[in-house]
Every structure is written in C-alpha cells, then in structure tokens.
Design a binder for this molecule. Structure first.
Ligand code: SIN
Length: 276
C-alpha cells in the first residue's frame, strides 16, 4: 500500500486504488489492518455512486441504520450530511464517536465528499489509544472497571430544535424517546488489542452508578483530554475524497467554518459489536 501519514499521531492517506473497482476480500483485509493502525484512512479521487459506496461498506460488515436520521424520506442505509449557507448548526460539531448511545455502536463510517466548500469544512480526528496510553498508571487503574452511560438526548428529539438550524434533519417527532446504554470507559480494540478511551461530548452523560454532578468534573476532563492536539490529525476534504474512520478507537469533529458555502457529504456506517 502507498501510504502517507496525516500527522505524527494518526491517520493515513492511501493512494493507488480505485475502490469501486478494486475492492475485494483481500484488499478489505489489508484496509482493516491499516484502519486498526492509523484510525482514519483517506482515499482521494474516488468515483462512488450510492451502490458502489454500499458495496465497499459491506466488505467490512453490515450497513448500520442510524435510528435518528431514519426519518422515512430517504434510503435508511445512507445519511446525506448537507450543510447549506445560513445553517448555524452542523452534524458532528462536538468531539464524538458516532452513535454511541446504541448497545452496539457502529465500528466505523465511510464518508464521501460530494461537494466541498472553497475553504473550511475540515474534519478533525483524535486517536483514543494515544489518549489512553498517555494517562498515568493510577488513572488507568481507576478507570479500569468504570462504565459510562451514553445517551442521544443532546443530538436528537424535539427539545433540541436542531432541524430549524440545519439542513440535515434528525427525528424530532413527539414519539422520539432517548436511547441509553452503558459502555466501559476503556475498551480494547478487537484488531490491534490496544486499549482506547471511549467517552465523548455528544453522548456520554454520567458514569454508571454516579450522579451527573459527581461524574461531570472527571468526565469532562477525560473527554477534553481525548482531543489534545498531539493525539489528532486534520483531514482536508476535496470533491470525491473518501474517509474511512474507526469508530472504536477514534473521535472526530466537523469544523463549523464553512460560512456562506455549501458542503455535501454521503455517509454510510458499518455495524459494530458490544463494547468490551
Ligand atoms: C460526522 O460526524 O459523521 C460528520 C463528519 C463531517 O461531516 O465531517
């Protein structure tokens, strides 16, 4: 593989493949290993219609249906992340791993750039294995048996009124109910075997068995620690770029700096397993 690192911490650009044509069981196995090592992979100049995008995704697992973007008016296997001029809010504007309120959060996502702005709209990533490794031994011991409750209360539902502020709509109907599940604060990556911090600003609300008041000082510290600059890389999009991120070992943030421009992305998520 022709691989160029995106930063000292993580991320790699991979050249030399036309994924729509070249994807195969063997190539998917190589990509899975690179994903476990680098956390996010970038492929430039890909020509992906919806079917080839889905076909690539299926080489890594089942396609995950996002419950909050499943609004009944589009293909549930695809989320079009559209930022229109005038939007004040965007999808993914806080540091997060995706959809971690689920009992089995997605293992990853394939995000494809359909229309990129002339500047801005980058996505930042943070390596959660580096964040874990840099903790003190005593903190690692303290976190070893701790679990955290994850909820989608901040990112969907009628109370947040997000749909009036952005073009990408989520479920805001009165029938919406929050989904909550607990996961270990430190998970072990099933391919690399590395331990990773697994808390994030969009979904983690309190430690299991602790009140919010008790949880927040440490939880906020851990969530902020997880994106110290030395754990991160920055991905600059061009039209027809495809990023594949590992949702088990990384967090990401979409930068809300596109101002009067449009940004259109197509995302397909890949199902994951219980967090261990
Ligand atoms: C997301 O959080 O999945 C969206 C990332 C982006 O649009 O850059």
């Amino acid at each position: 593989m022709q691989l160029t690192k995106l930063s000292g911490a993580m991320g790699a650009e991979i050249a030399g493949f036309n994924l729509a044509k070249d994807i195969s069981k063997n190539l998917a196995a190589e990509i899975s290993d690179a994903l476990a090592e680098y956390g996010v992979l970038l492929f430039r100049d890909q020509n992906l219609d919806v079917e080839s995008h889905k076909n690539i995704a299926r080489h890594f697992g089942d396609i995950f249906i996002h419950p909050n973007f499943n609004t009944g008016d589009h293909d549930p296997e695809v989320v079009n992340i559209v930022r229109q001029p005038g939007d004040s809010r965007i999808v993914g504007e806080d540091w997060h791993a995706d959809t971690t309120m689920m009992a089995e959060p997605p293992m990853g996502a394939l995000l494809y750039a359909l229309e990129t702005p002339p500047y801005g709209g980058d996505t930042l990533f943070a390596a959660q294995w580096l964040a874990y490794e840099a903790l003190s031994d005593d903190m690692k011991k303290f976190l070893a048996d701790l679990k955290c409750v994850h909820s989608d209360i901040k990112v969907a539902g009628p109370h947040n009124k997000l749909n009036s502020k952005r073009a990408t709509v989520v479920r805001e109907d009165d029938g919406w109910k929050p989904t909550e599940n607990s996961h270990p604060v430190v998970r072990t990556h099933p391919v690399s075997g590395k331990k990773c911090l697994f808390v994030n600003h969009s979904y983690s609300i309190r430690f299991e068995g602790w009140t919010e008041e008790e949880s927040l000082p440490l939880l906020n510290w851990l969530m902020d620690w997880g994106h110290r600059p030395e754990f991160t890389c920055r991905l600059q999009w061009r039209d027809r770029s495809l990023a594949f991120w590992d949702n088990r070992s990384t967090k990401h943030l979409a930068v809300n700096d596109v101002h009067e421009h449009r940004r259109v992305m197509r995302r397909i998520q890949i199902a994951g397993t219980r967090v261990e």
